[in-house]
Design a protein around this ligand. Structure first.
Ligand code: TR5
Length: 144
């Protein structure tokens, strides 16, 4: 798991890459993540928005002046977008709408980015589906 984070920050050798990807695949075990503890309020988070279905809180390692994560509260939930099924369509819409509410609250409606890192190749590090809402600075394209 730590290896994946390393890979996603620096250029790694192919051996390291293979190990990191293997670790990341193992990471999607469906086991509870740190985000379940945030939902349960067992560990603190800087909450920006919350309703019955979703929770939005500030990223602990912000990559922009505004960096908020939006997650589904559902238990036994979705670990990554790539595992979504038809039954998830409603929550997926709710997450995206919550992204708009967060952008509005944070005053970044003039420009913000919504990112979902899916799986090892995209440097997903927490296997509980989450949207990154980034803004408050000029964003660049293409992303890295
Ligand atoms: O890499 P992906 O796309 O999976 O995004 C996971 C995000 O979770 C990263 O941007 C991390 O900085 C963020 N993160 C990780 C932890 C954490 C957090 N954001 C808020 N609070 C957190 N706590 C308390 N613990 C974390 N391990």
């Amino acid at each position: 798991h730590n290896f994946t984070k390393y890979l996603c920050r620096v250029k790694a050798t192919s051996n390291e890459e293979a190990a990191a990807k293997a670790a990341a695949v193992d990471a999607d075990s469906g086991a509870p993540t740190i985000f379940d503890k945030i939902i349960a309020k067992e560990i603190p988070a800087s909450i920006v928005y919350e309703d019955e279905k979703v929770l939005a809180f500030r990223d602990i390692s912000p990559q922009a002046p505004v960096h908020v994560l939006v997650i589904p509260k559902l238990r036994g939930g979705l670990t990554q977008l790539g595992k979504a099924e038809p039954r998830h369509v409603e929550i997926l819409g709710q997450l995206l709408y919550a992204a708009k509410i967060v952008a509005e609250k944070e005053g970044i409606l003039d420009g913000f980015r919504v990112v979902i890192n899916n799986g090892p190749d995209a440097c997903q590090s927490v296997y509980h589906l989450h949207l990154h809402i980034l803004g408050g600075r000029q964003m660049k394209w293409p992303p890295g």
